[in-house]
Design a protein around this ligand. Sequence first.
Ligand code: PMP
Length: 410
Amino acid sequence: IFNNVEQLPPDALFGIKQRLSQDPRPVKVDLGIGAYRDDSGKPWVLPSVREAEEVIRQDPGYNHEYLGISGLTALIQGAAKVLFGEDSAALAEGRVVSTQSLSGTGALHVAARFISKFCGDKVVYLSDPTWANHNAIFETMGLKTATYPYWDAASKSLNLEGYLEAIKTAPKGSVFVLHACAHNPTGLDPDQSQWTSILDAIIEREHIVLFDSAYQGFASGDLDRDAFAVRLGLQKLADVSPVIVCQSFAKNVGMYGERAGCFHLVLPRQDASVDTSAIKSAVLSQLNKITRSELSNPPAYGAKIVATVLNTPRLTEQWHKDMVTMSSRIIKMRHALRDHLAKLNTPGNWDHIVNQTGMFSYTGLRPEMVKRLEEEHAVYLVSSGRASIAGLNSGNVEYVAKAINEVVTH
Ligand code: PMP
């Protein structure tokens, strides 16, 4: 029995983590997984989170009971407000159905199940390139995936023309997965006028938008600015079609392992003959069925922490500062790496490292260079050349620049 089970290769990112932990060399640099590190290379518990944990522990009602099937209301409501905005028309008009999910991955999985069950035979369009797990999540649910052009390798910029062409030629009513900000892996986001063109083209072809918001606050340090695309999308699509939004608090609250996130379905305005509250109730019952069969109920601890941060003004203010701390350290490291490479006269132009945003840089290093970085210098990144800038710090950035210089030059 089971002797014909196929052995799969290790996950690229978690494989790196394993090789790195077994590497005996004294100097090692982890530019693989997208998790924030402080300037001494250590995981960082946000001060707002530390305080929220204290508040939760001192609550006389402190316990580890189950949450309800759709999760913690205070998290869901705070999450919707932070992403859609305090003045969101969709929230004011009661057009949003939400459920807590197992972080961003879980939200995407719920989206995939919901689409496969209620949207007919849809093709899901993913950016080329995209976060590797996107394919797996949608394909596991039996959905067909396709790609739309995104990254132009020659110019290291957005291939807007190809992107718009793909929107135009995709079968009407396809699903387009859009990274809300801090695109993974390229670190390249459309600018505001490009977003307008993209969303207008999507509306023209009656496609369904799915925003994947895993890095709000990480691109600019400003939650509102990083929510630009989502809010523009909700505004433009308000009278047109539903919008799916998958939201993660892994990165921006540093809740990586606690799996706090939300799935939102924003319904369009409909004429008075349509009973929106009945639709919402039916949708929620289906979401609850999915959650009940897979998780029974979502995890509580991270949800309570995030809800406390989002709903306590003093902690919200601290959280905003924490995000500036993280995003500005990353920006500083982008500049340090680019400047060291310039000083070393490393062949090529490295300005894209400072122009890209969020946690990652798509460095342009080729797979054989990445391999040498790991084998000869113990600098670990994924073979696509994506580097997690959060793994750089003032103690290792010069070492990394020298290693890159060496593999690019020789
Ligand atoms: N979407 C994108 C684009 C991501 O990069 C990630 C995290 N790497 C996620 C979703 C989901 O992450 P998590 O499940 O940890 O919230």
